[in-house]
Every structure is written in C-alpha cells, then in structure tokens.
Design a protein around this ligand. Sequence first.
Ligand code: ZN
Length: 500
Amino acid sequence: MGEDGRAEPRAVAEEARREALALDPLPILCEPDPALRRAARPVKRVTRRVRELALRMASAMYRANGVGLAATQVGAPERLFVADVGEGLRVFVNPEILAASEETATAWEGCLSLPGLLGEVERARRVRVTALDERGRRFWLDAEGELARVIQHESDHLDGVLVLDRAKRVLELPPESRLKVAFFGTPGFAAKVLEGLVEAGVRPRLVVTRPDRPRGRGRRLQPTPVRETAEAMGIETWTPARPGDPALLREIRLRDTDVLVTVAYGRILPPELLRLPKLAAVNLHPSLLPRWRGPAPIQRAILAGDRVTGVTVMHMAEEVDAGDILLQREVPIEPDDDFGRLHDRLAEAGAEALVLALRSLASGEAPRRPQDAGAATWAPALRPEDEWLDWREPAEAVRNRVRALTPWPGAKCRRGDEVWVVRRAEVDATAAAPAAPPGAVLAVDPGRGVLVACGAGAVWITELKPAGRRAMPAADYLRGHRVEVGERLLADVPREAGRG
Ligand code: ZN
C-alpha cells in the first residue's frame, strides 16, 4: 500500500501470494481421477468458505509452479479457478467466456493434473471473460496471450475437459522432470549446475541458498550466485539463517518434495531435513569419491597433478562426503586446465550426472554403492599460505599451483616490494637447469617471459598480474620494467598473514 492508501499493483500481488502461501495447499488430483471428469456447478454465493477455497487452491498452484488451477482439480465440483501468469493472483468465480477471437495460437501446454505430459493445443489468442472476484464483485476482462490461454484451459477443467482431449500432439517428458526437487546450493559452481538442470527439464520447485553477504569493495550486501540465477529463472528462493529453520522444514514438506539436491550449499543439513524428501537426499560433489572429500576438491586435484577427476552423486549421510555412491562420471584434467576451466567443465558434467541420477531415482532403480573409506583423501580448504608459490618445489608442482589458483584467488610471489600474481607458467623443456637457488631469475626473454629456477627444473612465467593492475602477458610487462638475470623472486608469506 502506498502512503495515500492507493495500492501499488505489485505490492498487492505479493500480498495475495503471501496470504495464499500462509495456508496449507490442497492436494492436486491427477489423471485418471474421475473427479477431473465431472462438470462443476455454479457457486451460489461467494462466502468466506469460497474465498478460503480459492486461497488454498492458489497455495497449491504456487507451490507446484503452476499458472492456473481449477476447483475440479482439488476435488471441489464448483465453478471457480485461480490464475497468476506473473501479474498477480486472480480469482474467477462462475467465469463465462463472452467472446473469443477468431485468431488462434498453437502452443505446448502442461497441466498440474497431468504431470510429465505436454499437449499441443490451439486456442483463441484473445478472450473476453466475466466472473466474480474473491469478494463476489463482478468484473469483465479482455485477456490475451498466456492469460487468455490459462482462462480457456481452466474453463475446460470446469467442464471436465482435459488438455489431452484437445491436443493435436502429446509429448511425454522424461521421468526426472516430474520429480519435485528442492535444490540447496550457494557458489558459482552450484549456480551453473542449477542452470544445467533447468535446461535439461528439471525445474526445482524451491531453491535454498545462504543469506546475502557483504562482498566487494563497498561491502554491500550481495546475493549468492545461486540466488541470482534462481531468481532470474523465476524460481522461488529461500535464504534461511539456519537450514533447520522450522518454516523451511514446513515448506519442504508442504511441497511434497521427492528429492533434495545439495551442491556446495556450505552448511551441514540437519537429519530432520534429510528425512523429509520422499525418495532421497543427494549431494553432487566435484571429485571421484572417496578421493578428495572436503571443501576444495577441484583445487586439490590440480595441485596434486591428477590427470583425471570427475563428479559423484551420492546419497547424503551424516559424515561429510561419505555417503553411498549413486553415480560417477570421469572428467579428464587437461594439461592446460586451470581452476576456472575445470570448474566450469565439472559443473556441466555435474548437471548431466544429476539428471541421470534423478532419472534412476524416478524409475526406482537408483544404485547404491558404499565408498571405500580406506581409500579416502581429504581436500582441505585453501589457507592464505597456500596462495604463495614455493620455488623450492619441483617445476611441475609450481606450475600446478599456478593452475589450481587461477583465476582465483591467484598464485602469488614477491619481487622486492612488489607482489605478482602469476597467471600462467610453463615448465621449461630443457632437461637440466643450471644450479641456481630456487626463485632465481635464470633468463629474461622479451617475447616469452621470465625463467625462474625451482627446486628441480625451472618455469617460465608467461602471464602475470602486478599488484593493483590488470593481468598481462609477461612480454607486455617486460616492455615497461627491467627484470635482471640473478634477481630472486621470493615465496614468503607476508608477516601480516601470520607467519612472522
Ligand atoms: Zn490443467
């Protein structure tokens, strides 16, 4: 409501939605329930009971990601439907289509009573309709586009007619797209997986992510990448302070959740939450478990020089990353991969693996293989000191550290007072490096970069980012700066980081 008492349309829409969601949803009947085939009778008077029926229907519609729901679909044989195509909740009591345009449009329509099916239906592009609203006031409406389609679809329901009766063609969606999924995730990796799931036809009914946090220069509150992605796709998003929040538990239950999916959510989920989904609670982890359990599996795999990693979908267990394996996919680590590139490929592979895992859960054929706990390795989070290059390590290890920390948070070294973030390094191909202390500059090639001695062998720094400046090819840096053979690059941790 605005100050002068006039309602702002958006605010009213949000208020009606909240009012509906506060009520328990009515269960939606599915084909072949005979109640769907009965014609409804007119509502005699719009009473409080009728208004509550409409709101509880809206509660069910919103929780099922629907845009319309007729009373016959909840077993109430009354001429009444609700609709919200993103412009706010509308209640239609005793609706009558007074006129329909000759011009038609053909489109694929879903129906909450026909999960997993789409029908291709031709409908009038525009309709004029009259009905009573939730307070019993008569209104007339000229609707077009999606709202016109919904009005015709729901009016059909009130006559016992389903999309199937009108469809020119019927499309059966894969079984996983019928699952009611709640998705828990937080960082960019989880956001990419979420995108992949939706593209594959698995649209979570609810997304849960960590609360907004101050980030960046202004320390302004910023939504998590998952929140940004989910909201851009129009999926309802929750940001509870605690995953055990009673309101969230109620919501997961009211939405009839089949599968709970977590991807790098960042908090341990309480057992009472894990017990709620009807089929399973699964987690996607970017490694081939039991290798690299823990918070930094992608970086640790690159640091260790692994040639292959992958993604694991597992059943969630109390112990972190120790659940029974449902499905794994290998992903090779290419010599040129850095953290950013491998991260994106694993997110893609992760979404594909999740879709397959959900399909097997939907068909009741999900495998379950315990992990070999004896073969487990731990992937601890990176500490500040892990971000400093250690020139005493062999050349290959130095290069792996650069790859594992690029593009973020960056592999650092010190040149005098200056800090370099090394963005790219190549192992020097010449077999024997001259005897020189680790970190010593062995050669400077204006076209290539700076050759630095390591504990064994040497690496070329070919791309770097001097403090406070953009990343650049080493050759560009060398045009403006003199680097001398014999200088030492240091690997120390600055005192303020707590090692002094
Ligand atoms: Zn329907």
